[in-house]
Design a protein around this ligand. Structure first.
Ligand SMILES: Nc1ncnc2c1ncn2[C@@H]1O[C@H](COP(=O)(O)OP(=O)(O)OP(=O)(O)O)[C@@H](O)[C@H]1O
Ligand SMILES: [Mg+2]
Length: 319
């Protein structure tokens, strides 16, 4: 697995959840991962049931086998201050700029600048080493913007081209692109087995590839269990299904089998329809020729225990 794992996908399909599960899954055997949030929504804190994350790396979970997950919510304004401090040694002037609203202005007015600060911080964590020359984190997992914005977000070089042709911002963009376009990075797309998210995923893959960004895996989330096998599915389409099921129910000693059979068959039909639809979507995804992972729908809702379940699932699928 590459050291920078970027998780994107259609809104609401489970980007934050999958990024967190991936960070946990990669933190096996004493490994350290950093889970990074860039949209300022505190989704990670919510998921791990911790207090609001500051702009500071914090340990938020211990993985089975002793690995550690750290988390960081990158604040673009603070990242800009950090950055100005590093290059221009602003000291108190930085705070004054912030008071004036100049920082706010700079990060709002120039989305490219904002993005290069966010990706720059993540790439810095990827490259960071300790005094012994070991990487500070084995993996950095980014809960990234949705598919519609991911290519622009990662292609910071183009984004800042009109902003800075030289100087520290330009250099920062170059450094970010070196990491993002290298085998050190993989961009994963989360989807559901539904028409719209699948289409968005396929478009996203094409767009990322066209921009020469490294596409990783497709993560199919919230997969519902297979309830009926092929023979039972075929039976739902058979004209003799009603008498056959009524007969079977009666033979099993159920009274009122005639009343039950209608609603039961309606459910089976609904399932059969969904099954055909999902199979078609799965086939479309296979066309992207990328590794495909599937994560189950957790019907009791998603709590911390559920997150560990999804991480274990990813591990079993070879992550
Ligand atoms: N496998 C799953 N089983 C059950 N619920 C899930 C699963 N994955 C995600 N969820 C739930 O679906 C909702 C959306 O998930 P999440 O917040 O991770 O999506 P997102 O793509 O990050 O959304 P946004 O676009 O708003 O950032 C959440 O309530 C989450 O708990
Ligand atoms: Mg999210």
């Amino acid at each position: 697995m590459s050291r920078l794992q970027v998780v994107s996908g259609k809104g609401g399909t489970g980007k934050t959840t999958v990024a967190a599960a991936l960070a946990l899954a990669l933190a096996t055997k004493g490994k350290r991962t950093l889970l990074v949030e860039v949209e300022g929504r505190q989704g990670i804190a919510q998921l791990f049931e911790t207090e609001t994350l500051p702009y500071e790396e914090r340990k938020i979970a211990v993985a089975p086998g002793g690995g550690e997950v750290y988390a960081l919510a990158i604040d673009p304004e603070l990242a800009l201050l950090d950055y100005l401090q590093m290059f221009y040694k602003l000291g108190g002037a930085g705070r004054a700029l912030k008071k004036l609203g100049a920082i706010d202005f700079a990060t709002t007015i120039a989305p490219g600048l904002r993005d290069v600060l966010l990706t720059g911080k993540a790439c810095e964590a990827v490259r960071r080493k300790d005094k012994q020359g070991r990487y500070a984190y084995d993996y950095v997992v980014m809960d990234a913007p949705p598919t519609g914005r991911i290519t622009r977000f990662l292609n910071v070089n183009d984004e800042v081209a009109g902003l800075a042709r030289m100087g520290p911002i330009h250099n920062q963009a170059q450094a970010v692109m070196r990491v993002i376009k290298s085998p050190q990075t993989e961009v994963h797309l989360v989807t559901l087995l539904e028409e719209m998210p699948v289409q968005e995923t396929l478009d996203g893959v094409a767009e990322l590839r066209a921009a020469q960004l490294p596409v990783g895996r497709i993560m199919v989330n919230m997969v519902r269990p297979a309830l009926l096998g092929e023979p039972a599915l075929a039976l739902t389409r058979s004209p003799s299904v009603a008498p056959e099921v009524t007969g079977a129910l009666t033979a099993a000693g159920l009274s009122g089998a005639k009343r039950l059979v209608g609603p039961l068959l309606a459910q089976a039909e609904e399932y059969a329809e969904r099954y055909v639809l999902e199979r078609a979507q799965r086939e479309l995804l296979t066309g992207a020729e990328l590794p495909l992972h599937e994560l189950p729908l957790l019907t009791e809702g998603l709590d911390l225990a559920g997150l560990y379940t999804l991480a274990e699932e990813l591990r079993q699928q070879g992550i």
